[in-house]
Design a protein around this ligand. Structure first.
Ligand SMILES: Nc1ncnc2c1ncn2[C@@H]1O[C@H](COP(=O)(O)OP(=O)(O)OP(=O)(O)O)[C@@H](O)[C@H]1O
Ligand SMILES: [Mg+2]
Length: 276
């Protein structure tokens, strides 16, 4: 365990009493959670939030709410230093199945995204830079159907970075990737979060070890029980299920997986998920 010096500044994402039901069935209930800008001396330190929960509990639904793609029944999502209500396009969202336009080349897919944020000449420059950075330059003229799963994944992440501001949601970014590719996506995430102080990546994943190793904060979506011990419908993120890994000395270590405290913490999280 190594303690780093850090401090918290302004909120960059706030969930206030977010609830949603589908056809009368509560899915998410009263979610209150916040991401603050974490700062470290002489560094550009973005934030990484790991987000867990059992399959079908509502993680992807909450992602769509955080991305402004669906409105919650109650509550608000506020993003950025100005804490504005989220609208579609403000938050980058790499969905569980990453959509690219099949009739455009990889380059043109990225250009469409970049032009949503940048003037045409700048957009081209940004696209070239991202193609290089993500090791996709040799594939620029390929259509999405010809890309491998990992290439598609990186393309989808690049696409979202090109058109959104600082917040990016990755829903299952490691699924279907081999170990080398997982390492590569991990590197990209670290790179993204050290590119700008405000950059924030929220990773929804069943790969608890990989995600916890990257994160400085964790949210666990689960069910609560009422006073009589009955399960309350609708999943929520209880205060005791919002973990601060920086405080625990488990954030920003390259080899944190090798630490006994890390293994203990992962075991704890797994047990919480099993019991939720
Ligand atoms: N548009 C919708 N209408 C009705 N029910 C929906 C809708 N979208 C999602 N659901 C339901 O909400 C619940 C949560 O789904 P969600 O996709 O968020 O799960 P998840 O936690 O992401 O699961 P996984 O880990 O398997 O991806 C599921 O029961 C799902 O069937
Ligand atoms: Mg999901």
């Amino acid at each position: 365990m190594t303690a780093h010096t850090y401090a918290y500044k302004d909120p960059i994402l706030t969930l206030n009493n977010v609830s949603i039901a589908f056809q009368g069935e509560p899915i998410l209930r009263d979610i209150n959670a916040q991401v603050l800008d974490v700062t470290r001396p002489n560094m550009q330190q973005g934030q990484v939030v790991g987000f867990y929960g059992r399959s079908g509990i509502g993680k992807s639904v909450l992602c769509r709410i955080m991305a402004g793609l669906i409105a919650p029944d109650t509550g608000t999502v506020e993003v950025g230093l100005a804490q504005q209500p989220v609208t579609p396009g403000m938050v980058g969202f790499v969905q569980q199945r990453y959509p690219l336009f099949d009739h455009r080349t990889l380059h043109d897919n990225l250009l469409v995204a970049a032009q949503r944020k940048h003037a045409p000449a700048d957009a081209r420059q940004h696209v070239d830079a991202y193609l290089e950075r993500f090791g996709l330059a040799p594939h620029r003229r390929k259509y999405p159907a010809l890309l491998s799963g990992g290439q598609r994944q990186r393309a989808a992440i690049a696409q979202q970075l090109l058109c959104s501001d600082h917040l990016i949601l990755l829903d299952e970014p490691f699924s279907g990737l081999d170990v080398a590719m997982i390492d590569e996506v991990k590197r990209i995430i670290v790179e993204v979060t050290t590119m700008d102080e405000l950059n924030t990546v929220i990773i929804v994943s069943h790969d608890i070890v990989t995600t916890t190793a990257l994160a400085d904060r964790l949210w666990l979506l689960g069910y609560e029980h009422d006073a009589a011990g009955a399960l309350v419908p609708g999943a929520t993120i209880s205060p005791q299920h919002q973990y601060n890994l920086a405080e625990m000395g488990l954030a920003w270590h390259e080899n944190v997986e090798a630490e006994p405290e890390f293994a203990q913490f992962v075991e704890h999280i797994k047990n919480e998920i099993r019991g939720s």
